[in-house]
Ligand binder design. Sequence first.
Ligand code: NAP
Ligand code: BGC
Ligand code: ZN
Length: 355
Amino acid sequence: MDAIAVTRDDRTPRVVDLPQPEPGPGEALVRTLRVGVDGTDHEVIEGDHGGFPDGEDHLVLGHEAVGVVEDPNGTDLETGDVVAPTVRRRPNGSNEYFERGEPDMAPGGKYHERGIDGAHGFMAEYFTSPAEFLVPVPDALADVGFLVEPASVSEKAFEHAFASRSAFDWRPESALVLGNGSLGLLTLAMLDARGDFERTYCLGRRDRPDPTIEFIEKVGATYVDSRETPVPEIPDVHEPVDFVYEATGYPKHAFETVEALAPNGVGALLGVPEDWDFEVAGGRIHRELVLENKALVGSVNSGVGHFEAAVDALQALPEWAFDDLVTGVYDLDEFERAFADDETTIKTAVQFADR
Ligand code: NAP
Ligand code: BGC
Ligand code: ZN
C-alpha cells in the first residue's frame, strides 16, 4: 500500500510502498480517508520534534486522521463505521497512565505518538489500531473528521484551564487566541461556538489582505497584530482578557500571557517551542500570578473523552468555518501540496480514499 513517510537520511516526505497492516487481537483495520497536516508535522519533518520508531529507517507521517472501519476483527466496531484515532500508544508494554485511560497525561518515555514520536502515523492507505483508541465520528463529519484530533487538543486545554477556575465564581467575558495558524483559528471558532465569551481576539503578524485575518473577522473576533500591539500591551489597547489560548509556539508568549490576563484569568499554553534563553520580568510576573490569582496551564495531546467532546464541538461549527479553514485537500499524486506552508494555506489534508 502507499504511505507518506520521511526517512532518516531524507527528510522530504515521499510516497513509499509498505505491506498492508494486519490487525492483531483487539485491533481493527481502518481504511484511511483523510489525514490533516499541522505545525507539528512540519516540526517532525524538519527533525525538530519527535523521532523514528526504534530500529526503523522511516517514519510514516500523520497524526490527524479519519477513516472507515474495513475489518472490525471481532471488536465492537462495525464495518463502515467512520472513526478518528487518538495519537498516543503504549510504548514498550503498558504503564499506569494507559491503564488509567489517561495516556495524554503520561510523561516523556511513557508513550509513543503515532506519526510524531516512536510510532508510525496514519498517512497510509490502511492503518490498524486498538479499538479502544478509535472514536466514532458521525457520517456527516467524515469529510472534516481530520479536524477531530486538533479540536480534541483544544477540548483538553479548555477542560484543564477552566478546571483551574472552578473553585470560585468565575465569570469570564473575553478570550484571546495567540496564533492564527490552523490550531489557533480552529480554536477561535470553537470558542465562538461555545458562547462562553462575549468578546474574542486573535493575534497574528500578517498584513491585510490575508485569509486568516478574514477568518478572524468573520468569526466576529478582533485581529491583533503583534507587530503593532505586543501581547503585554493588549490590556491597554483592548482590555485585560479572562482567557488566553497560546498557539504560536513563540516562547515569550508564555510569560507575556500573564501580563495580558485580567485578574483571576487563566492562560493555556499549547505551543511547543525550541530552546531559547531570554530575560523575563520574573519578579513582576510572579507577583501578578500571586496577587491577581492568575493561572497558567500547559496542555498537550488528548484522550478519548476529548475526542468525543471534539466531535460535539465540530458539530456546533457553522459550515462556512470548515469551508474557510480547509484550504486544500490533495490526492496522493499531489500530496506535496498539503505540506505547503505559505500565507494562503490554513489547513490542508491528504486524501487517501473517498467514502
Ligand atoms: P502553525 O501553523 O505554525 O501556527 C502558528 C501561528 O502562530 C502562525 O500562524 C504564526 O504566524 C503565528 N505566530 C508565531 N509567532 C508569532 C508572533 N510572535 N506573533 C504573532 N503570531 C505569531 O502551528 P499550529 O499547527 O497552528 O500549532 C500551533 C502551535 O501549537 C505549534 O507550536 C504546535 O507545535 C503546537 N501544538 C501543540 C499541541 C499540543 O498538544 N500542545 C497540538 C497541536 C499543535 P505566521 O504564519 O504569520 O508565521
Ligand atoms: C498533536 C498532539 C501531540 C503534540 C506533541 C500535536 O500536534 O496534535 O497529539 O501530543 O503535537 O507531540
Ligand atoms: Zn497536531
